[in-house]
Design a protein around this ligand. Structure first.
Ligand code: SAH
Length: 247
């Protein structure tokens, strides 16, 4: 995967990515000379040959993250936000994630946690995750070919995050992998999955159930005094259920 050297944003918020500083960057608004791109300071303003203005940035984590490979349906940022907020994942946290899918969630969490282990059963997805880890240059994430419904060899996790079809099947293995007080989070797109997961969690003596929530993010249009919700955009992603490991 080609790295990204610069991120350019127009005053209207359109983004362009320069993958090389040895070539001019061509856009629908004309081109920007490679010499100017190379010398541009973080946040500076450049003009294309047609005088269109672009602000130039060095790629930050989130810029790169938005360009990772996606094969499986990745979890949206709004939902990652709630997982991090509810569990308090931080630089001391050890996190287990399954299934990896494209590794989007695992990589995002790795950028803020101490250590992430991600389990995946499919080789093709594991390969995508490897590429994404390399693209984001993350050093604290391990991918393993493992079925999380079976025994988990890794232990001592602060948080386990499940994004797979039958999360209730992972309760037994997760209860052994989590530290007492640790969090279990399940992300599921459909209501029967939520019912089966939460009912199983409530019956399991290793966990206390906390809550289930859905994040609805509504983007607004702000143009002078025309300020209103965008007319399209709200779709459905998934529900998040949270529990906590007891002793
Ligand atoms: N959260 C991921 C997307 C996960 S998609 C992201 O943000 O990119 C669900 C993945 O779970 C699929 O890749 C599937 O192969 C994997 N999976 C399904 N059952 C599994 C199991 N029992 N153990 C580990 N991975 C599993």
């Amino acid at each position: 995967m080609a790295t990204i050297k610069k991120v350019l944003i127009t005053r209207q918020g359109r983004k362009f990515y320069a993958k090389s500083l040895d070539e001019d960057l061509h856009t629908q608004y004309g081109f920007i000379r490679k010499e100017e791109l190379k010398e541009a300071k973080e946040g500076s303003l450049l003009k294309s040959n047609t005088n269109k203005e672009f602000f130039v940035f060095n790629p930050h984590f989130i810029d790169l993250y938005r360009k990772i490979k996606r094969d499986a349906q990745i979890i949206p940022l709004k939902d990652i936000g709630l997982i991090i907020a509810e569990t308090g994942i931080n630089k001391k946290s050890k996190v287990l994630d399954a299934g990896s899918g494209s590794g989007a969630l695992a990589c995002f969490v790795a950028a803020i946690a101490k250590e992430v282990v991600t389990y995946e059963i499919r080789d093709d997805f594991m390969e995508i995750v490897r590429q994404n880890i390399e693209f984001l240059q993350l050093k604290n994430i391990k991918i393993k070919k493992k079925d999380i419904y079976n025994e988990i060899e890794d232990k001592g996790f602060d948080v386990v995050i499940l994004d797979l079809p039958e999360p209730w099947k992972a309760l037994e293995s997760c209860s052994k992998a989590l530290k007492p007080g640790g969090f279990i989070v399940s992300y599921s797109p459909s209501v029967p999955q939520v019912a089966d997961f939460v009912n199983a969690l409530r019956k399991n003596e290793s966990f206390v159930y906390l809550k289930t929530a859905e994040i609805v993010e509504r983007e607004w249009e702000v143009e002078e005094r025309k300020v209103r919700p965008k007319s399209s955009g709200i779709g459905h992603s998934g529900f998040l259920s949270f529990g906590r490991k007891v002793t």
